[in-house]
Design a protein around this ligand. Structure first.
Ligand code: GLC
Ligand code: CA
Length: 559
């Protein structure tokens, strides 16, 4: 049976950077409401809003202090209600970001948990994960040597308790103890609160980290002891059965590193956990394992195109006919796609269009990340102070400790940090890019003078126009339910596929790299007409087998 959320097109908004509505330099709900029409004109009909809750903003709102309150930075609960009403009035849906794994250390639960004299300490202590220190040669040590996702140790000592609490993200984000039934009950209440307000779904943050290995063995970094452990499925099923299923919501789970072995468990049609998941299988296909100065995701290497294609192919195979896929390039935790897999200088336009063509005719539910539709690039910051992300500062210190120069460390931040995807939306070429009347909370990219919405609305062949055409084509031809065949998965430069839609077939041929190449049609070309392309039409028609840097073409044939 067809579900409503199989036909939606999602647009992800990083609230803090989308549109400032009250002139304080911070994006907010009234600002977002004023831009719903942009999202609609693009062709999307569903907005995923990054956390809007009350928060000390250590991690821009993923550290929640009060689940029932809107951050004063973003507006009020009435503004939120208005967002839902305004979206629904336009036939659009609202998905909110829900953080199940942790709270802020300023949340009243943690305030009670960490203080043995607090009247509610007894109830709240076990909302979090506490362990006694390890003592070695008279020295107090952390319970394990694990490293968290922001590059810091996962345990912080609390004097009042004389114990350590676990946090797999920043030390201001203590992990909740999902083994505790009272935690699950409290979180269900939070979910119900927002369902009653009228949200259409949730994007569940860090959803595969809910269970931990309570034997607490040493391991470095130790991710396997707090990621994708079997029991987290039980918690998700419990939520699904009691909350998600009865309300016909759309549930998108973030499960970084999830393998296709678990695909059906998460997002199979019979699964009660998610409707679709975000797994990042194709997101870091260009790391250099030999780089020890700025290691891991920070080490920029050659792009492994087969790895990207195979991830898409593997997930489609795992879920085709049995479950549902979300399709996306990146989100607020990655570099900007055109800077990452394309070229944000010489071939900016070609590569941005190529990336659009290679993604948006794949089946599943697409998620467009704000600014992607105009080809926003990585930040151009010269100074460490221009960065904002909590992760940047721990990692900068780590890079320096590994022996990186300041310049090498800064380059890694400019290439790979999450701040790249979080700079203010570029609406026009004015001083603050039309984002705000005043200095924004985070500097606007200088290239907003030529990369902006206003300019691209005026130009016929702009990237924004390509997005509009692709998304409207998707909808018209029911591409979400199409049937995909990938060609040449092992080829190091091409990204080619055939999509059989309702009444048409689409053939996408792309050169994913800068070096020009020759390629033949992988199938009989009869009946196919050139429909979208990244260079000029004449060239594409005359030299159908030769592809310039990042050149891509989409052909269409009526069946
Ligand atoms: C998710 C979010 C990320 C956040 C983290 C902790 O990975 O996408 O932005 O920092 O969870 O909540
Ligand atoms: Ca504001």
């Amino acid at each position: 049976m067809r579900k409503w959320w199989q036909d939606i097109i999602i647009y992800q908004v990083y609230l803090r950077s989308f549109q400032d509505g009250n002139g304080d330099g911070i994006g907010d709900l009234p600002g977002l409401i004023s831009r719903l029409d942009h999202i609609k004109t693009l062709g999307a009909d569903t907005v995923w809003v990054s956390p809007h809750y009350d928060s000390p903003m250590d991690d821009n709102g993923y550290d929640i202090r009060d689940f029932h309150k809107v951050s004063p930075d973003y507006g009020s609960l009435d503004d939120f209600r208005r967002l839902v009403a305004e979206a629904h009035k336009r036939g659009m849906k609202i998905i909110i970001d829900m953080v199940l794994n942790h709270t802020s250390d300023e949340h009243p639960w943690f305030q009670a948990a960490k203080d043995p004299t607090h009247p509610e300490h007894g109830h709240f202590r076990d909302f979090y994960i506490w362990q006694e220190p390890k003592w070695e040669k008279g020295e107090r040590k952390r319970p394990t040597n694990w490293t968290g996702f922001f590059g810091n140790p996962t345990w912080t000592y609390n004097e009042l308790m004389d114990e350590y609490y676990l946090h797999i993200f920043s030390k201001k984000m203590p992990d909740l103890n999902w083994r505790n039934k009272a935690v699950r009950k409290a979180m269900k209440k939070v979910l119900r609160f927002w369902i009653d307000i009228g949200v259409d779904g949730f994007r569940l943050d860090a959803a595969n980290h809910l269970e931990k290995n309570w034997d607490f063995p040493d391991a470095s970094p130790g991710y396997e002891h707090f990621s994708s452990l079997p029991k987290h499925h039980e918690y998700l099923q419990e939520l699904g059965e009691e909350i998600f299923e009865p309300h016909d919501l759309v549930i998108i789970g973030e499960s970084g590193g999830a393998s296709t072995k678990e695909a059906l468990q998460y997002a199979g049609f019979d699964s009660e956990e998610f409707d679709m998941l975000i797994h990042f299988g194709h997101c870091w296909a260009d790391t250099d394992s030999k780089n020890t100065l700025t290691p891991g995701k920070w080490a920029k290497g050659e792009i492994d195109v087969p790895k990207i294609k195979k991830s898409f192919a593997r997930w489609h195979e795992a879920l085709q006919g049995k479950g549902w896929n979300a399709i996306y390039w990146h989100n607020h935790d990655h570099p900007r796609i055109v800077s990452h897999y394309g070229d944000d200088a010489r071939y900016w336009k070609e590569s941005a269009k190529m990336l659009a063509l290679t993604l948006y005719l794949l089946p599943g539910t697409p998620i467009v990340y704000y600014g992607e539709e105009i080809g926003m690039t990585n930040v151009d910051y010269e100074r460490l102070e221009d960065f904002r992300d909590v992760e940047v500062f721990t990692e900068y210190e780590n890079f320096r400790a590994n022996g990186s120069s300041h310049e090498v460390a800064m380059q890694a931040l400019r290439d790979r940090s999450r701040d790249n995807a979080r700079s203010p939306m570029q609406w026009n070429g004015d001083k603050h890019a039309g984002f705000s009347q005043t200095t924004p909370w985070m500097p606007v990219n200088k290239n907003h003078v030529h990369i902006n919405v206003k300019d691209q609305l005026e130009k016929e062949e702009s990237l924004l126009k390509v997005y509009q055409r692709l998304l409207s084509e998707r909808r018209k031809e029911d591409v979400a339910h199409g049937d995909v065949t990938f060609f040449g998965l092992e080829h190091p430069e091409t990204f080619n596929y055939l999509l059989r839609a309702k009444t048409c077939d689409y053939l996408v041929l792309a050169n994913f790299k800068e070096t020009p190449l020759e390629m033949e049609f992988p199938i009989d070309p009869s009946g196919f007409r050139l429909f979208l392309y990244t260079s000029d039409r004449k060239r594409a028609e005359k030299k159908a087998t030769s592809f310039g840097p990042y050149e891509a073409r989409m052909y269409k044939r009526k069946r």
